[in-house]
Design a protein around this ligand. Structure first.
Ligand SMILES: C[S@@+](CC[C@H](N)C(=O)[O-])C[C@H]1O[C@@H](n2cnc3c(N)ncnc32)[C@H](O)[C@@H]1O
Length: 369
């Protein structure tokens, strides 16, 4: 048989039972993820190079004007702009100029003022060495800690969760908790467990100068970033300790404990919960922020971004939660309300209130003795 016909025959063999229309749709679905990878890189560049900031609130701009304002090369900027228009992130006008809508500015440019800011979550990819370590975890069963995920991951996380922590914390989240703001104003003892790069705790420390704030995280890299942030802000009422939640001292004096987006990352959240019970004042509040999930995969599928959360889990959260052999391995979607309530009850807490504060990614739990 001639070589061409052999190849054709082999293709026919492979495609037997394949519906051509379904094949096209399936291929399209797969390639949209490749497109997402490419567009993610472009969003990273737009954020990193100040392109979005140059366009926010500026009305229509030609590629020359965007390049000049941002001090960049016009030809590369033009190609990037066309790609942004193709991705429907920027608008292209009939005269060939480009424009950023107010909504795009809120999501892509206005980091300090917009709770919807998301561009900071686009880090431009994961270091190859971390991807290798993640692949190894499938063979060994032992995952990569946040410390091993590196400095860029800690900084990226802070920018991803930052808008809610910085903007909604004092205006929405803390006021929803019974009596917490009054205690903070009077001078509460605050402990933030799994504080990461310290965005949440420095926000509280800055807003409530009478509060005494201490952050804990086992990642030295995150603690260094948090300490630097506090120093930059000139805060004298906040300090950070490189240690896990299990090691918080049993003082029975803490008025407010925070665990933000981290219990599901801990190998042993049960041990941290016991430590929180021993550290908290009998009248204190434990505020848990954790990923919105139901514990039922079918119901969770109503979340159109569910696959992204599983991606976060396999590459980061479950890695950390299985970074030691006795890790419970909750993973990103593992701390649903029922699980959270069991966890705190097992540690000796009697009161558990779920708050839905309009945060699309998270639920908040107010826990008391
Ligand atoms: C997704 S980050 C959240 C950081 C921060 N709370 C925020 O909201 O941006 C999860 C953090 O949990 C920390 N972590 C992992 N295991 C921990 C443990 N056993 N005790 C305390 N924190 C832990 C990680 O080092 C990481 O900084």
């Amino acid at each position: 048989m001639p070589q061409d016909s052999e190849a054709e025959a082999s293709q026919v063999q492979q495609n037997r039972g394949v519906d051509p229309d379904k094949l096209k749709l399936f291929s399209f679905n797969v390639w949209t993820y490749k497109m997402g990878e490419q567009v993610s890189m472009m969003i990273h560049l737009g954020d990193r190079l100040g392109l979005y900031r140059a366009m926010a609130g500026s009305g229509p701009m030609t590629s020359d004007q965007v390049a000049e304002t941002s001090g960049l090369d016009e030809r590369f900027v033009r190609e990037w702009l066309l790609g942004q228009a193709a991705a429907q992130l920027l608008d292209r006008n009939e005269d060939g100029s480009f424009q950023m809508s107010n909504e795009a500015a809120a999501v892509l440019a206005n980091e300090d003022s917009s709770i919807a800011f998301a561009a900071g979550a686009f880090r431009g990819g994961t270091e190859p060495s971390v991807i290798d370590a993640v692949a190894d975890s499938f063979r060994t069963g032992i995952g990569v800690t946040y410390e091993q995920q590196g400095a860029a991951a800690a900084a990226g996380l802070a920018r991803m969760t930052g808008p809610w922590s910085r903007i909604a914390l004092n205006s929405v989240i803390l006021p929803a908790m019974d009596g917490v703001v009054a205690k903070l104003e009077a001078g509460a003892e605050v402990v933030d467990i799994g504080c990461g790069a310290g965005v949440t705790l420095t926000t509280i420390a800055a807003a409530f100068p009478n509060a005494n704030c201490v952050g804990y995280d086992p990642s030295g890299t995150a603690i260094a970033q948090a300490t630097e942030r506090a120093a930059e802000l000139g805060l004298g009422n906040v300090s950070f300790i490189e240690a896990g939640g299990e090691d918080v001292p049993p003082t029975a004096s803490v008025d407010l404990v925070l665990t933000f987006d981290c219990l599901h990352d801990m190998p042993r959240p049960d041990l941290s919960a016991v430590a929180v019970r021993k550290a908290i004042d009998p009248d204190g509040t434990w505020l848990i922020k954790d990923i919105r999930s139901t514990g039922d995969f079918t119901k969770d599928q109503r979340n159109p971004l569910l696959a992204m959360f599983y991606g976060f889990s396999v590459s980061s959260c479950l890695q950390s939660a299985r970074s030691q052999p006795d890790g419970l391995g909750l993973g990103t979607l593992g701390l649903h309300p029922k699980r959270a309530q069991e966890l705190v009850a097992d540690a000796g807490f009697g009161s558990f209130t779920k708050h839905d504060l309009d945060d699309v990614a998270n639920l908040y739990y107010e826990v008391r003795v």
